[in-house]
Design a protein around this ligand. Structure first.
Ligand code: ADP
Length: 175
């Protein structure tokens, strides 16, 4: 595990919609038309232009990502990625979740983002076990950062202290 990669990941608690990052990642659904959880919060904070812009993109398959402006958000961009619904682990969930992180980081790098913030994709309404999701997120992000200078810093944003401590426990051997 690369220390350089680890030092570029910051774990924080808070509301991702308030973050001053070059890009925030949205745990979207494939319609890209908003929904519950972090998706609803991002659409509310960005304003109705976001939904209108997403309509011009169309749908996004699970495991892929699309980039839009941030509109009323402090973040310049929103990267919408569609996490897998957890079906017990036999439906390619691990590879699809890793793909969400990788594609989002690739889009952030291509857009010249120095900072990008992720929520815990798929761990809410999509029921992906938080400890498994944590190890996948950590491994995929550190892997990407090892071979890419951008983004310089990746924020992992947890809405609640409990979710943050589950994450930290799951990846503590990797620090
Ligand atoms: P999914 O459908 O991918 O599971 P959810 O939005 O239901 O997405 O949940 C993903 C994670 O985002 C959950 O851990 C949830 O607690 C968290 N979350 C919800 N709102 C916010 C927010 N405003 N900022 C950061 N994280 C949030």
């Amino acid at each position: 595990m690369s220390m350089a990669g680890n030092e570029r990941i910051k774990i924080i608690t808070g509301d991702i919609t308030a973050l001053d990052a070059d890009a925030i990642v949205n745990a979207a659904n494939s319609s890209l038309q908003g929904g519950g959880g972090v998706d609803g919060a991002i659409h509310r904070a960005a304003g109705p232009e976001l939904k209108a812009y997403c309509k011009t993109i169309g749908t996004c398959p699970t495991g892929e990502a699309r980039i839009t402006p941030g509109f009323k958000l402090r973040a310049r961009h929103v990267i919408h990625t569609v996490g897998p619904v957890w079906h017990g682990g036999e439906k390619n969930e691990t590879a699809l979740l890793a793909s969400c992180y990788r594609e989002s980081l690739q889009l952030a790098a291509s857009a010249g983002c120095r900072t990008v913030a992720f929520p815990a994709i798929s761990t809410g309404a999509f029921r992906f076990p938080a400890d498994k999701a944590a190890r996948i997120a950590w491994a995929t992000i550190t892997d990407f950062l090892r071979t890419h200078p951008q983004p310089e810093t990746v924020y992992l944003v947890f809405f609640e202290e409990n979710a943050r401590s589950i994450f930290e426990r799951a990846v503590k051997d990797e620090f």
